[in-house]
Design a protein around this ligand. Structure first.
Ligand code: C5P
Length: 300
């Protein structure tokens, strides 16, 4: 086999409950991940060394060296297999960079799947999951896709039953936000307010809305504990969220650590209309429509 191409989706968080800061610098979470139809493509081609090239959406902001999470994934997989494999990775980006939609994690997950195939390793998904958890908290979900609740730092996953398709609109911001910075700001905002972080708990009404495929109920249950921190670092997002609400979004929230804002629509047609309103209002660099849940990485 000369090359393998894998298509991998972005995610939005439907519930992101953040517990207190742990001693290892992470936070215990209840993280309800939902894969949506915005895709990156990663092509792995046979080569003696390891290299990565990035093109597409904000490609100039993605490192093309060892800092690239997809290359780190390939290196970790070769190490796991105990062999000195090489690969040239080509990443075509559509998922916003540093946007709170786990684009880097998605590319790492796609690289694991593509290299497993290219190198003929035939490793089971359980092995890839272990490697994924070492690469980053969101990488295991990026391997799984669909809708799932993550606990621990988000890496311990339980797939969730979903009774329908949901229609989404995403408002992209000019510049990304650092995940670590947003978590740090979350701790700071809480401390300033004298708030004690409670142990995170899964929202039962949210799970019921997912099972029923009830967009209206789901919209009312969307929550993100990182949102006040993202708004504190990027005040302009408040106007973006307001604009979506004014145009009938069933729910509006910052996606993950932001700055992408997510809006739940009633239908595909409503999503298209909502996207047009957000574009007209000039509150986003770009606006994308998508649906979820969608499956995880797929060889194309
Ligand atoms: O796991 P990942 O490398 O994606 O995490 C990036 C940063 O986000 C961590 O260094 C940490 O600051 C923060 N984080 C956290 N708690 C989590 C996940 C991430 O504080 N559960």
């Amino acid at each position: 086999m000369d090359s393998v191409t894998v298509r991998v989706p972005a995610k939005v968080n439907l519930q992101l409950a953040v517990g207190p800061l742990r001693e290892d610098g992470y936070h215990d979470l209840v993280n309800v991940f939902h894969a949506v139809s915005i895709f990156d493509e990663v092509t792995a081609a046979a080569e003696s060394g390891m290299s990565v090239r990035v093109e597409g959406e904000s490609a100039d902001q993605v490192p093309e060296n060892d800092d690239n999470l997809a290359i780190q994934a390939a290196v970790a997989l070769a190490r796991h297999a105990g062999r000195s494999y090489g690969v040239s990775l080509a990443i075509r980006k559509t998922i916003p960079v540093a946007g709170g939609m786990a684009g880097g994690s998605a590319d790492a997950a796609a690289a694991l799947v593509a290299c497993n195939e290219l190198w003929g390793l035939g490793l089971p998904v359980e092995d890839l999951m272990e490697i994924a958890a070492d690469l980053g908290s969101d990488v295991p979900f990026a391997l799984l896709g669909g809708t799932a609740v993550g606990t621990g730092r988000g890496e311990r996953l339980t797939p969730l039953e979903v009774g329908g398709t949901f229609h989404w609109v995403f408002a992209l911001a000019d510049e990304g936000l650092s995940t670590a910075k947003v978590y740090g700001e979350c701790d700071r905002v809480r401390e300033t307010a004298g708030e004690q972080a409670a142990p995170p708990r899964t929202s039962e009404p949210l799970l019921a809305a997912l099972r029923a495929g009830d967009a209206k109920a789901l919209g009312a249950e969307l929550t993100n504990d990182l949102q006040p921190a993202a708004l504190s670092l990027r005040g302009s997002l408040a106007r973006t969220l307001d604009t979506g609400r004014q145009h009938g979004a069933l729910g509006s929230l910052v996606s993950g650590s932001g700055p992408t804002c997510a809006f739940l629509a009633e239908s595909e047609a409503h999503a298209a209309a909502l996207a047009a309103s957000l574009r007209d209002a000039g509150v986003a660099r770009d606006v994308l429509v998508a649906h979820g849940p969608v499956p995880g990485p797929t060889v194309v």
